[in-house]
Ligand binder design. Sequence first.
Ligand code: ADP
Length: 244
Amino acid sequence: MTLPAHPTPPADLLVLEGVRKRYNIGLPNEAEVLHGLSLSIGRGEFVALIGPSGSGKSTLLNIVGLLERMTSGSYRIEGEEMFGLDDAALTQRRRASLGFVFQFHHLLPAFNALENVTLPALMREGRVSPAQRERARAVLAAVGLGDAMNKRPGELSGGMQQRVAIARALVLEPPLVLADEPTGNLDTASSNEVFALMRRMHAELNTSFLVVTHDPRLAARCDRVLELVDGQLVSDGPPKAASA
Ligand code: ADP
């Protein structure tokens, strides 16, 4: 038996085929907002998702994030079909494969930064092992918050809160992080800093990122830009040269 000359190329991390989403099915206001969308994202890609308000970006991100179900189509993560899985299986897959960063950080206000960053381990396994606590400390140090681990979100600036949220999204080293307007609530300086941090963590961990943004300057700093208009993908490629 001969061994293959080249290792098999890594499969796409996620593959969507013909994904449709309809809201209010059977009601007078039934509406289809994603019209048979197909795309794939490979390991280690840093992808922006842009498009006008109402074009379906959040809906798509929620489907990719397994927070919402598609109406029809196929969505595979690491080769496993998500369509038709029950809630428990979807939750398990979400905790295993996905990290989230939202516009508003969604940190728990009564917990300090370290406790917030250990939450994904607590949710996934029901406890936080000493090794996981150490890992959370290391990730917080890596995002520049080594001295702020015992501070609660209310004691941190907006940019620092978002850095805690990024640490929380990355602590279990998911293959994919989904970010919905992660800098939308920040001033320009903090926004640049938080975006630069995401790029650095991407480079260090080879985590894939899918980032919804309406900021063309941020999209221009991604490797690939998906553009959605009226629930359809109208372009997919490297960013156009920033005009700003
Ligand atoms: P974007 O994130 O690009 O602004 P959305 O995904 O939020 O777009 O919305 C796409 C379309 O779907 C919009 O027309 C919006 O009104 C509609 N929509 C979003 N969520 C719901 C919902 N839960 N029920 C009904 N319509 C919805």
